[in-house]
Write a protein that binds this ligand. Sequence first.
Ligand SMILES: [Zn+2]
Length: 457
Amino acid sequence: MIDLVIRGGTVVTPESEGHADVGIEGERISGIGTVGSASREIDARGKLVLPGCVDLHTHLASTPTFTPLDDFERGTRAAIAGGVTTVVSMVYQEDGSLRLGIERGMRDAERSLADFAFHVVVTDPSEGARAEIAGLVRDGHAGLKVFMVSPRFVERREDYRLLLRAASGAGALVAIHAEDYAIVAARTADLHRRGRTGVENFPESRPVEAEVKAVVEAVDLASATKAAVYLVHLSSRAALDAVREGKSRARVFGETRPLYLYLTRAQFDRPDAALWVGQPPLREADDVDAVWAALAEGTLDTVGTDHIPHTRAAKLAPGLTFDRIPPGVSNLETLLPMLYSEGVRSGRLTLARLVEVLATAPARIAGMYPRKGAIALGSDADLVIFDPKMRRTIRAAELHSACDYDPYEGWEVNGWPEMVLLRGEVVFTGGHVIGSPGRGHFVPRAPMATDSHLRSA
Ligand SMILES: [Zn+2]
């Protein structure tokens, strides 16, 4: 007799949707279809059974000078409650070493409730750092991150090109924050000169043209170095057009984040607009339409949260100029239910596509598939039993993040996770997280395919 069966739910994958039982032995899926009796049964009739979501973009790890409000324990508590069973956190190169950043992340993640992996932010693309990449990839750390919006990227363009070259050779994916430093710096300085320093100027300081210019440059760099690049938090129609074109000539993946699906620049007419400051800024309604279309059609591959909340007081601190407001918001717990409610229920995304962008595609891109992101024999039993009829109003006080506000406070949502399993264990049920800190394990990432005959740069 097997350990557990989830009985009679509608099992959803990118390829199929239908009534099936899911059998679990130990930590893995051992049967799909009609499964015989088990030691324990969970009745999923009338519910959707989805693969646990994989979020490739969080900031849960500390740095030597910063501990996030939602650290690994707090952040993954919110993740688990929202059906996100695997998180990838940014960690930062430390004292010149990429590995030291990873080691700090591994220490922080000892309290994780969700499975986890990392991207290392490269702030000094030195020869020594480049030489570390192959060893890190061998140890399952096949991800880097580059901020094009940093002045360092401009000063050390050639070193960053060599970094992408090294990443390509070793099979590391390179996540890229694509906003052009020169444009953002010039706009920011100009606004300051004119005394326009309030939060309402934030969108103007980071225009669409800065995003487009950086996306085009990132694609050129990916094309020249044969690196696989993952463009994070894409926000505008014009940038998505550049990504679509880029996919025809380089290995380019696209991510958006929830902010750009649900809100517009109109938020910046509010006196408390700082609560929605993230980089890039919120765009126009036409951009929101373009983000939805790109998600449905495949120009966008994933939705990552970029989860890094700050308290209301930190966001609204008096005297903060638009460029000093701490960027980022909370999103891990609402990622799945909001995309279901606003995407699937409203007819903008199919259920199959929802599963693909939140679970299957991110697992593939990060080298975790089919262990993660799949409901298949032998896959980890990371499952969300999702109640499409549950109605909730989003209230920060009822969510698991440490943050005291939510960017979607008061939104009515149709559909919410009822139960979440991580490797066969129920970790969320009845509105309560019952998994314990330390239950999450490191998920080694397989390298990206390297295509040696393409190597030329
Ligand atoms: Zn981020």
